[in-house]
Design a binder for this molecule. Structure first.
Ligand SMILES: [Zn+2]
Length: 199
């Protein structure tokens, strides 16, 4: 069955969302048109407004509609501690734990020579500039524990070696509440290599 051009266009547009295949896009499109036209209008307005107004914070590069985001502006955050992540979603994940009170720096992904993504594409220059000019005493490299994420963390560590700043890497290991026998070998090896003293 073929849809009218406008319905087809809506279905095709919805497929730009991650994890949305043809069937889900179809279901969403019909739901919006048949049952929730108000929601559809609110969605389209929110999308347009967000896309036109949300940009990057000039200090930490997370997504924000302000030139400098709320966290960068905040006086109650520890400005000596800078957590470096691969994406705004990662910063949000750390923020939602409620366990970190420092500031953030969001890279535009990770180093990937195969895709032609080098240090200048990630904003590492701006990161180094901040370390040189601000009162940052420790950077926490919280890039993902993937090959590319590790390479990116090591690259940054090498770049800041000459600067007067402590560099740490987030710990990887056994999940809280997990049992060792069900943890994969790579994770367990990381956990043992990254052990810390209890006493
Ligand atoms: Zn910011």
């Amino acid at each position: 069955m073929s849809f009218s051009p406008l319905i087809q266009q809506l279905i095709t547009s919805l497929r730009c969302l991650p994890g949305v295949g043809p069937k889900s896009a179809q279901r969403m499109a019909f739901h919006l048109l048949e049952r929730d036209s108000e929601g559809a209008i609110a969605l389209s307005e929110a999308l347009q407004k967000a896309v036109s107004e949300v940009g990057r914070c000039q200090s930490c590069r997370t997504l924000s509609e302000n030139d400098i985001c709320d966290i960068c502006v905040s006086e109650s955050r520890d400005k000596h501690l800078l957590c470096v992540l691969e994406s705004p979603v990662d910063a949000l994940a750390v923020e939602q734990t409620g366990g970190f009170n420092g500031k953030y720096f969001v890279l535009s992904g990770h180093l990937s020579p195969i895709d032609g993504i080098g240090p200048e594409d990630l904003g590492i220059d701006l990161l180094l500039e901040r370390i040189r000019t601000e009162e940052i005493s420790e950077i926490i490299l919280a890039t993902n524990p993937t090959v590319e994420g590790e390479a990116t963390a090591h690259f940054i560590a090498a770049q800041v070696k000459a600067l007067d700043v402590k560099v740490s890497r987030i710990a990887h290991g056994v999940p809280v509440g997990g049992e060792l026998e069900f943890v994969d070998g790579g994770t367990l090896a990381h956990a043992i290599a990254g052990r810390r003293s209890l006493l």
